[in-house]
Write a protein that binds this ligand. Structure first.
Ligand code: DGY
Length: 320
């Protein structure tokens, strides 16, 4: 019988994938840091039984229609806006993601980004490393407090809830906006539901964790930033396209908001000439929400297990 063919779109540690090598012919793209070119992914998809993809790989209608043997796409991310799940389902292709295993790690990063932005950590580091520290002074790199402020979480999923738990330890008041009320979060951390507009008006830190969908695209537009307090910070660890970046630039330029911490961008990767990088009050990091070694390895193993399950005719653990 013909062995299944698995294509993995980045170079991953082989030892994490062992059971796959035993049961399938496995090919990995030979770079850990550079995305597989589209034309190669398209070619590989034509032969593949399974694809292990990154959030930077587009698994769209065009690709799916040219992948007659494809049974499963295991995406190394909790978000799956890079995959046309509707077309995949119509074609009987199972799509899996990596929920739960990255929750706490991504919440850590979200909190770190919020602290770094409010307390000007990266600016302060530059100040020391560039030899600009001449003397101590009372307001040198003075930022904003995080403790006991009001946190507004947009997208109260598991990561939002984990961020809220951390915020509780900082004595913050926690507001949230979500498609539906989240009673568990309300009970566990005392989070209060607000309309999107109310949340923007009341929060000192607006944290965006909502997935990218047709409804959330450009949710943060001119109007949204105008509604925020001038002293408030915008933190995005969701998806870049939830934000109208032009509107964010205007808001920062005109001091409508105090600053932004951004892990995600409209079109990734961004170059060093990206206009958002000109603002000292912007902390920008390269989409590393779930990037701890432990969590990334666990995510890879989950993708592996999902592919193994589908190839063996079993139910995958985390099907979208
Ligand atoms: C995800 O898993 O969707 C995150 O964006 C990765 O950091």
């Amino acid at each position: 019988m013909k062995r299944p063919y698995v294509f993995i779109t980045r170079k991953l540690k082989e030892e994490l994938l062992t059971p796959l090598f035993e049961m399938a012919d496995v090919k990995m793209w030979d770079s850990e840091s550079e995305a597989v070119p589209r034309e190669i992914l398209m070619k590989e998809a034509q032969k593949a039984t399974a694809l292990l993809t990154m959030l930077s790989d587009k698994v769209d209608k065009e690709l799916l229609e040219q992948a007659p043997n494809l049974k499963v796409v295991a995406n190394l991310a909790v978000g799956y806006d890079n995959i046309d799940v509707k077309v995949a389902s119509e074609r009987g292709v199972i799509v899996c993601n990596t929920p739960d295993v990255l929750t706490e790690t991504t919440a850590d990063l979200t909190f770190a980004l919020m602290l770094a932005t409010a307390r000007r950590i990266t600016e302060a580091q530059g100040f020391v490393k560039e030899g600009r520290w001449q003397s101590w002074s009372p307001f040198l790199l003075a930022g904003a407090d995080v403790h006991h402020k009001t946190l507004g979480i947009v997208g109260m999923g598991k990561i939002g809830q984990a961020v809220a738990r951390r915020a509780k330890g900082f004595g913050m008041e926690i507001l949230y906006h979500n498609r539906s009320r989240h009673m568990e979060a309300e009970q566990e951390v005392g989070a209060s539901y607000r309309s999107f507009e109310q949340l923007l008006a009341e929060s000192d830190f607006v944290v965006c964790l909502t997935p990218l969908t047709d409804e959330t695209k450009h949710l943060f537009d001119h109007d949204a930033f105008k509604r925020m307090k001038n002293s408030a910070f915008f933190i995005n660890v969701g998806r870049g396209q939830v934000v109208d970046e032009e509107a964010l630039i205007v808001a920062l330029n005109s001091d409508e908001i105090a600053g932004a911490g951004l892990d995600v961008f409209y079109a990734e990767p961004i170059g060093s000439d990206h206009p958002l990088l000109r603002f000292p009050q912007v902390v920008a990091i390269p989409h590393i929400g779930s990037a701890s070694v432990e969590t990334r390895e666990t995510m890879m193993k989950l993708c592996r297990d999902n592919i193994v399950a589908v190839i063996q005719g079993n139910k995958a653990k985390t099907v979208i």
